[in-house]
Ligand binder design. Structure first.
Ligand code: PMV
Length: 328
């Protein structure tokens, strides 16, 4: 038997940046603040899972390294413990292939889509396809909190179009609003400081407590902008939030500057534009995500040319969340 499942990454409008101290696997990757994101659709992680004599994990066609292997083993265990009897969970072993259709180091968080796909796929493999589909409809909280324990932001990739994560798990924000995320890839190099280290260092920034106080108001504004589908209301809050996350990183000890010169030139040029139909957000990396209500790839290529900047462009948009492609 084998199961194929897919999930897409998400781009955070309100960032998860800073974790609470954890004392057990249950409270792994609990965030310091609520966050909210848009689930994408074109970037995808696909996992293929089958039962095996021994655990064997492959990422992009190659055997997982020791660190990834450890994370994947722990994740398989926690999902099995949630859905199987203890004796069955202890004995379960799998061969898992995980692959992304988007390049590594694009600044698109592959751990979110990979752990969401793995969680949903494992549930289908150890129960039934219909059971996993039912869980996606009726027990999303459990799937979200399991995915969160694999990688924090994965809590927000178990559904779409928008998810708000506060506490143990994320919940869906239903909306018919189709938004585009045009990603400017200035560098495909892996970031020098991992998000795990970034989360830990965030708490050392003297700006961090003030950021936490600002989040509830920002969350209200963003939720209202989604409800009213008001991009001009969303945009400035989105940019302030992204800028602040990078400011926290820059004022951490030791400091982290995720931006490249090209990132800074591009953002400075955006600030000069009088009116805009797109707004930026950033992840923990140098690449820029532009949020708009229509495709803007061509327009952005021209703008990059005018600025003498080179970037690859990935065009994505709102998606519905994971699917179980097959279980045979
Ligand atoms: O899930 P992690 O540990 O890779 O953290 C992701 C953090 C950001 O992508 C920078 C922000 C977010 O909320 O997704």
């Amino acid at each position: 038997m084998s199961t194929v499942a897919q999930a897409s990454p998400n781009i955070a409008f309100i960032k998860y940046w800073g974790k609470l101290a954890s004392t057990s696997d249950q409270d792994r990757n609990m965030a310091q603040n609520p966050s909210l994101s848009l689930t994408l659709s074109q970037a995808k992680s696909t996992v293929e899972i089958s039962r095996a004599e021994q655990n064997e994990f492959y990422i992009q066609g190659s055997r997982a390294n020791e660190l990834d292997e450890k994370k994947l083993r722990a994740h398989v265990q926690r999902v099995c413990e949630a859905y199987l009897k203890p004796a069955e969970a202890a004995q379960a072993r799998f061969r898992i292939h995980s692959a992304n259709n988007f390049p590594k180091g694009t600044g698109i968080a592959s751990s979110a889509s990979a752990f969401a796909a793995l969680t949903v796929g494992l549930v289908a493999e150890i129960t039934e396809k219909s059971k996993a589909e039912d869980e996606l409809k009726n027990n999303l909280g459990l799937l979200s909190q399991l995915a969160r324990r694999g990688s924090g932001s994965a809590a927000r990739s178990v559904a779409g179009p928008f998810m708000k994560w506060d506490g143990e798990a994320a919940v869906v924000i239903e909306s018919p609003w189709k938004l585009y995320d045009t990603i400017l890839i200035f560098s495909e190099e892996a970031k020098k400081v991992s998000s795990t280290d970034g989360h830990a260092r965030a708490l050392s920034s003297t700006e961090f407590p003030a950021r936490l106080k600002r989040i509830p108001q920002r969350m209200r504004l963003i939720e209202e902008a989604i409800r009213t589908q008001d991009l001009q209301a969303l945009g400035p809050v989105l940019e302030e939030e992204a800028y602040e996350m990078h400011a926290i990183a820059r004022t951490s000890h030791p400091p982290i500057d995720y931006a490249l010169p090209a990132t800074k030139v591009f953002l400075a040029a955006l600030r000069e534009l009088k009116s805009r139909s797109f707004f930026y957000t950033l992840d923990a990396g140098p690449n820029v995500h532009l949020i708009s209500e229509r495709p803007i790839g061509k327009e952005i290529s021209t703008l990059l040319g005018d600025l003498n900047l080179a970037a690859k462009i990935w065009e994505d948009w709102t998606g519905p969340g994971p699917v179980i492609v097959s279980r045979t």
